[in-house]
Design a protein around this ligand. Structure first.
Ligand SMILES: [Zn+2]
Length: 391
């Protein structure tokens, strides 16, 4: 009998709590001049978060900053390269990602390119990436999420789209773990209901995929089940009343825990399939794409990890489960409670003619996650997932 072996490595200082953004003024900074990376929308300015961050940095030993404000919801390689150039010119020595996953992921990729030569895709190990070794360590990264979903504050992963090749690929190494993440749920009250739901479900799938992944460990299971429990209980409340700080706080904690699942287990091919969908159709929010295919995706594996499905169902409903489909029913209930049970992929431009190329793209760009599925999934099963999910 083989005994358990595992490695637990999350080298990020996590600071969590309402009002904790103020800790940016007192925590040790990893440099003297930050590049603050935000989205191209105006929410970070409108809500005053950017001003606050700049002011807290000055309070913290006169730390200087410059702002890069062009990041799009599906962040692109072009903006990573543009920001990295500015970073070099301005001599920034650390990067702050402020906002949703797209801003924080971009901050990680910019941190790599600010310290390395060539093109970002030179270092991407799959798809058309050249898979070159990264010579120099990424600049230190601080993550300040204003959404709850990606978990990027507690994992090394960054997902960037190459618009020239329609590839959306996750990447990261030990240096792209943030050195400090400040998770302040008070920054999350302004997110509209539908985005709260999409992002919350993204976190849910990081946890649920990480729980059925064949590389799950007893430690990732702890993070995953607690994340699943919190999201089932509190996500509908956060969706239906954005000012419910208790619900926001629980959802933010669940998202951070799900990030820790991504660091200790892995997402599975549900994420590969979704990346292919939003690589071709960037207006499709990541969480919405996941929700749309989730019942069909998890349904594919319901007889392969029956105990794990029942354990997730019991964690969600707090009732004894006798069949794996209880999990699928609980998932559907949660989607109804969050008003996201009727996502139409056709609304985003996807047609059935796209299914085959999305299948191929998923395998080519994010093939690694297929190896984490509970068992190998066939091409026909993938086509079936798209067919069943399509409206
Ligand atoms: Zn995700």
């Amino acid at each position: 009998m083989s005994t358990l072996k595992l490695t637990h490595n999350i080298p990020t200082k996590l600071v969590f709590g309402c009002g904790e953004l103020k800790r940016l003024a007192t925590e040790p900074m990893p440099g003297h001049k930050a590049m603050i990376v935000i989205s191209s929308g105006n929410s970070m300015k409108k809500h005053g978060y950017l001003d606050k961050v700049v002011k807290l940095l000055i309070e913290n030993g006169g730390t200087e900053s410059v702002v890069f404000d062009k990041i799009q919801p599906n962040p692109t390689k072009r903006h990573v390269m543009e920001a990295a150039e500015i970073c070099k010119k301005e001599k920034c020595d650390f990067i702050i990602g402020l906002g949703g996953g797209s801003s924080i992921d971009s901050a990680k990729s910019i941190a790599i390119m600010a310290n390395n030569e060539g093109d970002y895709w030179d270092y991407i190990p799959s798809g058309t990436g050249k898979g070159m070794a990264i010579k120099n360590k990424a600049l230190p990264i601080i993550a300040i999420p204003t959404t709850a979903g990606t978990g990027t504050e507690a994992d090394p992963w960054t997902v960037i789209t190459n618009e020239e090749t329609n590839e959306k690929i996750g990447f990261g190494n030990n240096d792209t773990f943030p050195v400090l993440s400040i998770v302040d749920p008070e920054l999350m009250t302004s997110i509209p209901p539908h985005l709260t739901a999409y992002q919350g479900f993204d976190a849910f799938f990081h946890a649920a995929e990480g729980y059925i992944a064949n590389c799950a460990t007893p430690i990732s299971d702890l993070y995953a089940l607690e994340s699943i429990r919190l999201l089932y209980k509190y996500l509908p409340a956060a969706v239906n009343n954005g000012n419910d700080l208790k619900a926001r706080s629980k959802v933010a904690l669940a998202s951070m825990l799900a990030g820790m699942v991504e660091s200790t287990s892995s997402c599975t091919s549900e994420h590969s399939l979704e990346h292919a969908m939003s690589a071709y159709y960037p207006s499709l929010p990541h969480g919405a794409g996941l929700i749309a295919i989730s019942l069909a995706y998890f349904g594919t594996f319901k007889n392969d990890c029956m105990k794990r499905f029942m354990k997730m169902a019991e964690t969600m409903t707090e009732k004894k489960s006798a069949r794996p489909s209880d999990f699928l029913e609980a998932l559907e209930t949660m989607q109804k409670q969050c008003n996201v049970n009727d996502i139409k992929l056709s609304d985003y431009g996807i047609t059935p003619e796209d299914f085959n190329k999305m299948k191929e793209n998923a395998r080519m760009t994010m093939g690694g996650l297929f190896a984490c599925d509970p068992r190998p999934i066939t091409g026909e099963e993938i086509m079936d997932i798209f067919r069943k999910s399509y409206k």
